[in-house]
Design a protein around this ligand. Structure first.
Ligand code: SAH
Length: 213
């Protein structure tokens, strides 16, 4: 179930769906997604589907993880410092951490964060810093960020996230209450303008205010 062939099949599916960044595909091929779900679900870890991780949350579908990562990398700017909103299982975090130098990730549900921390440590990914907080406010003490990726959908883009984008920085975020679309928002290099591209329809858990212990 965790064999190279199973993972290769997943990568083939991602390619068929249009993912083309070979760096992203490589990292997805080599990352043990089964470690990010409960043992009872491990046999489904290489299906291209979202999986429950407890507390009413889900580990995103591999396609969407690959797609968002590809959008982030493809935006063209430097990505020295990247913020993730919604650590969840830590799977997307681990993909980012293998591709980029410094990842900061915020999660509002403490037990999920604790598990994610253990997994990232197990994989030896020590370029990640985690914080238990409401990611709708970003991480102002660390920002501005070259990239921000949100795994939870707000009804409207939080001002704080825009404010914490460095010039030339990119925000990849699902937006919408009932119907959601992936947005790619780039902060202009020279002026303070934001350029928004609305991409495909998606289905994410909502961005929820506040934290839980
Ligand atoms: N990328 C994650 C997906 C987790 S689902 C993974 O690979 O597993 C989205 C996560 O966003 C959930 O864990 C949820 O608790 C978290 N979340 C929702 N609203 C949040 C907020 N305001 N601040 C931080 N995290 C939030």
């Amino acid at each position: 179930m965790t064999s190279l062939r199973t993972r290769e099949r997943l990568v083939q599916r991602l390619i068929e769906q249009g993912v083309s960044d070979y760096q992203v595909l490589d990292v997805m091929r080599n990352t043990p997604r089964h470690l990010f779900v409960d043992e009872a679900l491990a046999h489904r870890a290489y299906e291209d589907t979202a999986l429950p991780i407890g507390h009413g949350q889900t580990l995103s579908q591999p396609y969407i993880v690959a797609r968002m990562t590809e959008i982030l990398l493809g935006a063209g700017g430097k990505l020295d410092k990247v913020l993730e909103v919604g650590t969840g299982s830590g799977y997307q975090t681990s993909i980012l951490a293998q591709l980029l130098p410094r990842i900061y990730s915020v999660e509002r549900i403490k037990p999920l964060q604790d598990k994610a921390r253990d997994r990232l440590r197990l994989l030896g990914l020590n370029n990640v810093q985690l914080r238990h907080a409401d990611g709708g406010f970003g991480w102002p003490e660390v920002g501005p960020f070259d990239g921000i990726l949100s795994a939870a959908a707000p009804a409207v883009v939080p001002e704080e996230l825009l404010a914490q984008l460095a010039p030339g920085g990119v925000l990849v975020i699902p937006v919408g209450a009932r119907e959601q679309h992936l947005h790619m928002i780039i902060r202009d290099d020279s002026s303070d303008k934001f350029i928004t591209q609305i991409l495909e329809p998606v289905k994410f858990v909502p961005l929820v205010p506040g934290i839980t212990r």
